[in-house]
Design a protein around this ligand. Structure first.
Ligand SMILES: Nc1ncnc2c1ncn2[C@@H]1O[C@H](COP(=O)(O)OP(=O)(O)O)[C@@H](O)[C@H]1O
Ligand SMILES: [Mg+2]
Length: 229
């Protein structure tokens, strides 16, 4: 579904991703674990075309994304829930979700989005900035789903979220995958969450993928070592 081949990304002279290779199958949930500063956000941004690629290729369904601008990538089926959620705080919940509809061509927020996130229906007239962290995360996911993606990218979705809400988020993301048949790539530092949802767990260390294990053969202690400072 999504294939990243020998991806190099740099900020000016400083290379941050040194030749990543990752492939994501249809319906698969892949977690990319790594400490702060290891390159998770840079990877997400380069996949979305927010940060330019130095070399290498990213394909979706075999089509090269190359130098496409972000909105073309969204139109091709990539959606992004950025770190920190980045919802529009002065816009209402409904308006936030509607920004995602521009791409899919709809005019009404599809009912199945409110079915996934009933609290957003209750709060659809509230300003985004007045929601709790967990509710804002639901809103950011809803906005991304409004573009009808084939691959959903989430950058540290559990950051700043309470443990009970994290459990619920894991259930919701699996439900989204099961019901919509999409692929999910999630960057994380919370191993329990990753083990809860992922089919495969990768570790990124200093801009390189150093582990790539199917869920069932994950050595949690090994991965924890990469996550501790
Ligand atoms: N806009 C930027 N300009 C220069 N360097 C950056 C920029 N953004 C991130 N970096 C550097 O790139 C590296 C990877 O950062 P990032 O992708 O944000 O890591 P993570 O998301 O895993 O915490 C870090 O060394 C960081 O300092
Ligand atoms: Mg980050």
């Amino acid at each position: 579904m999504l294939a990243i081949n020998d991806l190099h990304v740099a900020y000016g002279q400083s290379e941050v991703l040194h030749g990543l290779n990752v492939s994501v199958a249809p319906n698969e949930i892949v977690a990319i674990m790594g400490r702060n500063g290891m390159g998770k956000t840079t990877l997400m941004k380069s996949l979305m075309g927010i940060v330019p690629t130095k070399s290498g290729s990213v394909t979706m369904d075999g089509a090269e994304l190359g130098s496409l601008p972000s909105y073309d990538r969204v139109a091709k089926g990539l959606a992004y829930v950025p770190q920190g959620r980045m919802i529009f705080s002065t816009m209402t919940v409904k308006e936030n979700i509607e920004t995602g509809l521009v791409v899919s061509g709809g005019s009404e927020v599809p009912e199945d989005i409110y079915e996934l996130f009933p609290v957003l229906l209750e709060m659809k007239g509230r300003r985004g900035g007045n929601l709790s962290g967990g509710q804002q995360q639901q809103l950011a996911i809803a906005r991304a789903l409004a573009t009808k993606p084939k691959v959903l990218l989430l950058d540290e979705p559990t950051e700043g979220i309470q443990p009970s809400i994290i459990k619920e988020m894991a259930r919701t993301l699996k439900r989204i995958r099961d019901e919509r048949g999409l692929s999910i790539v999630v960057s994380e530092q919370v191993l329990s969450f990753a083990l809860d949802i992922a089919d495969r767990v990768l570790v990124i260390e200093n801009g390189e993928i150093v582990r790539d294990d199917p869920r069932d053969s994950v050595d949690a202690a090994q991965i924890s070592k990469f996550l501790s400072v």
